[in-house]
Design a protein around this ligand. Structure first.
Ligand SMILES: Nc1nc2c(ncn2[C@@H]2O[C@H](COP(=O)(O)OP(=O)(O)O)[C@@H](O)[C@H]2O)c(=O)[nH]1
Ligand SMILES: [Mg+2]
Length: 186
């Protein structure tokens, strides 16, 4: 599925939410629909704020600077954004590797910041290559949206298994050709 739901998918979701008033279903749908969130992490001084500034006006929605990677007296940050830009500088440390490991397969781009210090890490995108970062970010938002859609279907399968009163509505949703196409395309 593309970043936005197709009209057929929207119709299937509307049919589901009108067929049941189960709060668990409406909460799962609301989570799936919510804005895709983007975060910027990195050790103190890596160039997070500079990157947020460079991208402002180029990416939609909130770009949230997240503190706490290898920062004394700051707890490890939650990394629960959909899309993450992780800024590194002066080498990749264990703290950077821990962030990347925690993200598992969630869309994450490693950006080389503090170019004034001669940062040149392999497998990174330079912080001043705004076009490349925006291009990656656009694709990543599509990937994140597909992950949300698949999560919604998985959550609804659990609902169908556990909540007899909701089962028929959810099963009809999961049998909808638009939803079968969403799951098959991912
Ligand atoms: N000359 C130069 N200074 C930079 C560059 N990137 C960041 N800085 C400076 O390095 C300092 C730390 O950057 P900042 O973006 O605030 O890092 P943060 O702590 O990760 O948010 C700031 O004073 C920036 O102005 C760069 O590419 N060139
Ligand atoms: Mg900052």
């Amino acid at each position: 599925m593309t970043e936005e739901w197709t009209s057929a998918t929207r119709a299937a979701v509307a049919a589901l939410t009108s067929a049941t008033d189960d709060d668990v279903v409406s909460a799962a749908v609301a989570r799936a629909r919510g804005e895709i969130t983007t975060g910027v992490t990195g050790r103190p001084g890596a160039g997070k704020s500079t990157l947020v500034c460079a991208l402002s006006g180029r990416v939609s929605g909130t770009l949230r600077e997240i503190h706490g990677v290898d920062a004394p007296d700051v707890p490890d940050p939650p990394l629960d954004v959909d899309v993450l830009l992780h800024v590194v500088a002066r080498g990749i440390t264990d703290a950077d590797r821990a962030v990347l490991a925690a993200r598992r397969s969630a869309p994450t781009l490693v950006v080389a910041g503090r170019l004034d210090l001669g940062t040149d890490e392999p497998d990174t995108v330079r912080a001043d290559d705004v076009e490349a970062i925006v291009g990656w970010w656009t694709d990543a938002c599509g990937t994140a949206r597909r992950r949300r859609d698949l999560l919604l279907c998985a959550e609804l399968e659990t609902v169908a298994a556990e909540r007899p009163h909701t089962r028929a509505a959810v099963e009809a949703f999961l049998r909808d050709p638009a939803i079968i196409a969403v799951r098959g395309a991912s």
